[in-house]
Ligand binder design. Structure first.
Ligand code: FAD
Length: 395
């Protein structure tokens, strides 16, 4: 553990450190006292005229690193259906495992897991660990955390990858706390150093910087990745996979939550699943004009999505928002109409196969990420495009 220490013999009680601290972590009493707000940012150390403050960095690793190796992916399922992010994590996990000359494992908690096992066996996974029990049919924070904790303590993976879904966002922090290790949420890029350190890249400070985070003193290294950020694994039906049935111990099943019934919500196709997206931004003058966007989406068999200002205006549901604080999409085609291309929007769509932008402003940043661009007013361009598509469909 690192900590800030103050040498009372040197301290002249000038108060400069207290004034400089951006977190109100220092108090001037009969001596300078550090409170729980301290983030170890080091500003106080720099301003102290007598070098009375020192950050003691804990240098010791918390576990025996040599005993932690291989990569483990959490296979999230709902009602026996595998979440699509699992195949994306398998793709990335395989790549990282090959780089490190290590193995890739997947853990499935669930019930009647045979079809899930068969599905995962079609991909290049070395080992599938199965915890099969009726009580594990649906996600419950306590039971799934206990299962994952059990496996991590047994097989000691160096890296553990979880989808940044609603389930993953609940499970991963609990598990990281239980395992006393670090967790980086919503990673957009993952890579490894030859020594096994996972380089976890994610947007920070509102998407204005890409932070690279490592977990140098703890194992396993835990990261969550949003769906659609990474490419799914290629099939490999001949890859030799071992399936290990794990014991579900009664202690793993204790939970304060019981299922009374499961009421599925009416199925709404998510923009994350769309192959074609017509996205619109603040160039839209009024909510009623969304009909223009919908008409093009209808012709192309696509879905409508929006930027955050349109959600904030109450013109569209949050589920249609693309971006850092919305959904990440990866369609075959996205047409961005009246969207400037702010970094927070681009973070949610830059992996799309083909990006087509329509904007009146030739200097709009969206043209920097677009494969094709049209400088002009989408109120004129879209009706012409819809007519063209309709008449070519009638040929
Ligand atoms: P604007 O930036 O106002 O751009 C409108 C564009 O439309 C302009 O380029 C203009 O030239 C063009 N235009 C106007 N009329 C026409 C026309 N008739 N024809 C053609 N072009 C026209 N934003 C998101 O979208 N998603 C997020 O998830 C998100 N998360 C955020 C998180 C944080 C922490 C913060 C701080 C911000 C976030 N934002 C997000 C907001 C983001 O910074 C931008 O403000 C937002 O993306 C801008 O939306 P816009 O492109 O629709 O609007």
């Amino acid at each position: 553990m690192s900590r800030l220490t103050i040498d009372k013999g040197l301290c002249i009680l000038c108060g400069k450190c207290v004034e400089a601290c951006p977190f109100d972590a220092l108090e001037l009493k009969d001596q300078v006292v550090v409170n729980e707000n301290c983030r170890l940012c080091g500003i106080c150390v720099k301003v102290c005229p007598v070098s009375a403050l020192v950050i003691e960095r804990g240098l010791s690793k918390t576990v025996d690193f040599d005993s932690y190796k291989d990569i483990l992916v959490f296979a999230e399922q709902r009602g026996g259906r595998l979440s699509s992010v699992v195949l994306e994590l398998i793709g990335k996990g395989r790549e990282l495992a090959d780089k490190l000359h290590q193995k890739l494992a997947v853990v499935i908690p669930g019930t009647n897991t045979e079809s899930l096992v068969e599905k995962i066996k079609q991909y290049p996974v070395d080992t599938i660990y199965v915890y099969d029990h009726p009580e594990l049919a649906y996600y419950r924070a306590e039971t799934y955390t206990a299962v994952l904790e059990d496996l991590v303590k047994e097989i000691k993976p160096g890296i553990l990858l979880v989808g940044a879904t609603q389930v993953g966002r609940s499970l991963a922090p609990r598990l990281a706390t239980r395992l006393k290790t670090g967790l980086t949420a919503d990673c957009t890029i993952l890579d490894v150093k030859p020594n096994g350190d996972l380089i976890q890249t994610r947007p920070a400070f509102g998407g204005n910087v890409m932070a690279q985070i490592i977990t140098p003193k703890h194992r396993p290294q835990m990261a969550t990745v949003r769906p659609k950020v990474m490419a799914p694994s290629a099939l490999n039906t001949t890859y030799p996979t071992t399936v290990v049935l794990q014991e579900v111990k009664p202690t793993m099943l204790s939970s304060g939550i019981s299922f009374l019934s499961i009421e599925p919500k009416p199925q709404e196709t998510a923009i994350t699943e769309a192959e074609v997206i017509i996205a619109v931004g603040r160039g839209l003058k009024k909510a009623d004009d969304l009909i223009l966007i919908e008409s093009l989406a209808k012709e192309l068999g696509g879905m409508v999505a929006v930027t955050r200002p349109l959600v904030e205006a109450g013109w569209c549901s949050y589920t249609k928002q693309i971006g850092l604080s919305g959904r990440t999409v990866r369609p075959k085609l996205i047409i961005a109409c009246g969207i400037s291309g702010a970094i927070q929007f681009v973070a949610g769509m830059s992996s799309s196969d083909v990006i087509f932008a329509i904007n009146k402003d030739p200097d709009a940043p969206i043209f920097g990420v677009a494969h094709y661009g049209l400088i002009g007013d989408f109120y004129e361009i879209l009706p012409a495009l819809v007519n063209e598509l309709k008449s070519s469909a009638n040929l």
